[in-house]
Write a protein that binds this ligand. Structure first.
Ligand code: SF4
Length: 358
């Protein structure tokens, strides 16, 4: 396999404290034993953690025991602030890590589900020019526990507000998930493993988004997971995609689509194509036709996203009639396509925009 030129390991500085959610169940038992307690306590502690319980709710553990096991549950994120809109149905949270790293998560409550959009890296090294996170570069990879903890905190918040808790997770916040491969895959396993090993979520309710790191997509295909893959394509031709998604110069459109459809063949899961419609840049009718040609007959759905302009950017969302024509042409070409509801635009809801304001 081609070796990736991208960051796969956390930089030496700033590693977060190790947390129970970094460990698989066997390693958790060992860690508990190393703290002088019986191995089965690891399962009790994990059950409480994934349920979002605070220390005072761990009533089956004595205060002495809770204190002894406390090093396994360090506080990973301090809430900096929550901003909400859509009458409280969308809540964007800004978190500060142990090394002052800032990341964001967004909770979106719909009638039948609650979705949390989480970050996999602090910043991002992919340099997509239309994206706020891409402007600042990569600060560091998040640990497995830092990724999982965003879901655990969102779930606990949702339950505390009297709702049903998080049912869906999308890896569409800050960062390129497949550039932090090992930790993201470990986090996926924690999310889907049943309690007490993990959160017990349905794989069908998890979406992993990527700009198209081909070797990593192939590796993911062999993991035996069944999460939905979302490919941020944004252009059907290499000439434009090379500028919108610079990693395309390494793995061009044809190659990335082949890898993504390899994932679809193995998992049986429908591919999502993410396409931010940018006025006068990638919204021409001929590009809709070319996109349809490349996707026709495949198990795929195109999500068109009205661009949420970053502050100071010249780029804007496509006008409604242009957007409608793009959708019409895709459908006429035999491809399912819808325009995504863009929750949270008025609270700087696109990835990286809240952190960029700090
Ligand atoms: S769009 Fe995604 S991959 Fe591109 S710079 Fe932004 S966060 Fe990174």
């Amino acid at each position: 396999m081609t070796s990736l030129p991208l960051v796969f390991d956390a930089p030496k500085r700033g590693l977060p404290p190790q947390h129970l959610a970094d460990l698989d169940p066997a390693a958790r038992r060992e860690a508990v034993v190393a703290l002088g307690e019986k191995g089965f306590r690891a399962e009790q502690l994990a059950r409480h953690y994934f349920a979002g319980h605070g220390s005072e709710q761990m009533t089956d553990l004595s205060p002495v025991l809770r204190e002894r096991l406390a090093p396994l549950l360090p506080e990973l994120w301090t809430r900096v602030r929550d901003v909400d809109c859509d009458a409280g149905a969308t809540i964007k949270s800004l978190w500060r890590g142990h090394d002052s790293t800032l990341v964001e998560s967004v909770t979106m409550r719909y009638k039948e589900r609650t979705t949390v959009c989480i970050s996999s890296q602090a910043g991002c090294g992919m340099a997509c020019p239309f994206c706020a996170t891409g402007q600042g570069g990569l600060t560091r990879n998040l640990s497995t526990a830092e990724i999982v903890d965003q879901v655990v905190r969102a779930n606990a918040d949702d339950l505390a507000r009297g709702f049903r808790g998080v049912s869906n997770v999308v890896f569409m916040g800050m960062g390129e998930p497949l550039a932090n491969y090992n930790r993201v895959v470990a986090a996926l396993r924690r999310l889907v493993e049943p309690a007490p090993a993990g959160l017990g979520m349905s794989q069908r309710n998890i979406v992993l988004s990527t700009v198209g790191l081909v070797p990593a997509i192939r590796k993911l295909t062999a993991e035996g997971l069944q999460v939905t893959l979302a490919l941020s394509l944004h252009a059907p031709d290499d000439e434009l995609r090379n500028t919108l998604v610079p990693v395309n110069t390494r793995w061009p459109v044809k190659e990335v689509l082949e890898a993504a459809f390899g994932y679809v063949r193995t998992t049986g899961r429908r591919l999502s194509i993410e396409y931010a419609l940018i006025k006068g840049v990638n919204d021409q009718p001929w590009r809709a036709d070319l996109l349809a040609k490349r996707l026709k007959g495949k198990l795929v759905h195109v999500n068109l996203i009205p661009l949420n302009p970053t502050p100071g950017s010249d780029w804007d969302a496509s006008p409604k009639p242009v957007e409608e024509e793009f959708v019409r042409r895709l459908r006429e070409g035999g491809v399912n396509a819808t325009v995504r509801d863009t929750r949270g635009r008025e609270i700087a809801g696109a990835c990286g925009q809240l952190a960029a304001l700090e």
